[in-house]
Design a protein around this ligand. Sequence first.
Ligand code: RIB
Length: 270
Amino acid sequence: MGAVVVVGSLNIDSVVEVERHPQPGETLLGGDLVKHFGGKGANQAIAAARAGAKVGFIGRVGDDADGDAYLHRLAGYGIDTTHIARSAGIATGHAAIAVDARGENTIIVSPGANGRVTVGDLAPLASLAPGDVLLASLEVSLDVVAEAARIAAARGARVILNLAPYASLPADVLDLADPVVVNEHENSLLEAEGPSPRSVLVTLGSRGSRWGSHEVPAGAVTAVVDTTGAGDCFCGTLAAALAAGFSDPDAMQAASTAAAASVSWVGAQP
Ligand code: RIB
């Protein structure tokens, strides 16, 4: 069974419930402010750990109380935090999130320490081996993600690139991934850029997911409370399942089931 190494972000999510999302120029009154742990990278790492993977994390938090709390939280899930660096004089990443009455969200991220992750932080990837999985998302520098993919592929590890939030990566980097994971919106942006990468998994919300010729229905959802982090839960579980040797469709199925369960809890992490 391989390990999963996540390269990505750690945020504190400040969440306000709203009846509906505001229009540009509009002010709305919402509910009480609630803080949760979030960030696509950390959400994915926790999903992978909950799915049974041995998980390491490369990223950065600030030299602040939020950073202390985050390291403690990840360690509680058994995630190796040795390679999460502290950046002095900058806050841990933060996200301002509005969740509407249907559980749909809008998110603005202030990267903070996530923006300080450097290629030099990737040295631990030298220990990757065939069977291991690198999972990266795009709330850290694109140069860092590209280099992480190159190192992991050169070590024979499997590369999963989650293009969220969407940004353009070089075609040769995208082709290292098996798969690139995108939602429908991200997929339309990816397709508009030109030839498709060799392996693309598209998540389709309540319609499930598609990866080449494999189509898997969405997991059963009892009540949609909050969709924040559902895509991250999908990616983290997928990485854990592939590292455990699941077939591609079985890994998709495991990821779909976990993502469906994730919309029943408040916030991006259980
Ligand atoms: O995908 C959900 C996540 O996006 C939130 O936890 C927020 O921090 C942003 O990274």
